[in-house]
Write a protein that binds this ligand. Structure first.
Ligand code: URA
Length: 178
């Protein structure tokens, strides 16, 4: 565990704990309010995020921004991070080993931010944080509590790009945060 944001950032930028470091352009640590009440956790950076070093700036991120605007969530008030901080090649899911080696960074972020609520975006975030036995379809929209933090799983915004019918549930889930 790192004690400060500075130490965390330095460790992330120099990290070679897994093979994702080899092809990365940028380590995508996280963005937003470090005192946020609500934290969002996605899966891992895509091509746009790898280039810009900021999470959720590509197509899925733009859709999430629209949903934020529609439901009254302000991107600058929340904190957004991912399970892994470096881009998995061809946007494949992060492997367990990669997620595990990155976990200390995410745990540090959660500890430093101390959010009331964590929104788990999609199956990878859900399974890594709450456990492999959880499925996104059954869990989304339901509240869970673990170690004093409330968790709300919902669809990953990229899933809405593939299946528009999921948008209504995503909107409904975000509304629970307001
Ligand atoms: N998908 C994610 O899970 N995270 C990002 O930062 C971008 C796309």
């Amino acid at each position: 565990m790192y004690q400060t944001w500075e130490k965390l950032e330095e460790a992330c930028k120099n990290c070679t704990k897994c093979k994702l470091c080899k092809a990365r352009k940028n380590v995508v640590i996280g963005t937003g309010n470090r005192n946020a009440k609500i934290m969002f956790i996605g899966e891992g950076p895509g091509a746009d995020e790898d280039i810009q070093g900021i999470p959720f700036v590509g197509k899925a991120g733009k859709l999430m921004d629209q949903a934020f605007q529609g439901t009254g969530i302000k991107r600058e008030e929340v904190y957004i991070a991912n399970i892994v901080k470096c881009r998995p090649p061809n946007n494949r899911n992060p492997e367990d080993e990669e997620a595990d080696s990155c976990r200390e960074f995410l745990n540090t972020q959660i500890k430093l931010i101390n959010p009331e609520i964590i929104v788990l975006l999609g199956s990878v975030a859900l399974k890594n944080i709450l456990g492999k036995e959880y499925g996104i379809t059954a869990s989304r929209g339901n509240w869970f509590e673990k170690e004093g933090i409330k968790y709300l799983p919902t669809f990953h915004p990229a899933a809405l790009l593939r299946d528009e019918s999921k948008k209504i549930d995503f909107w409904k889930d975000l509304k629970k945060l307001i």
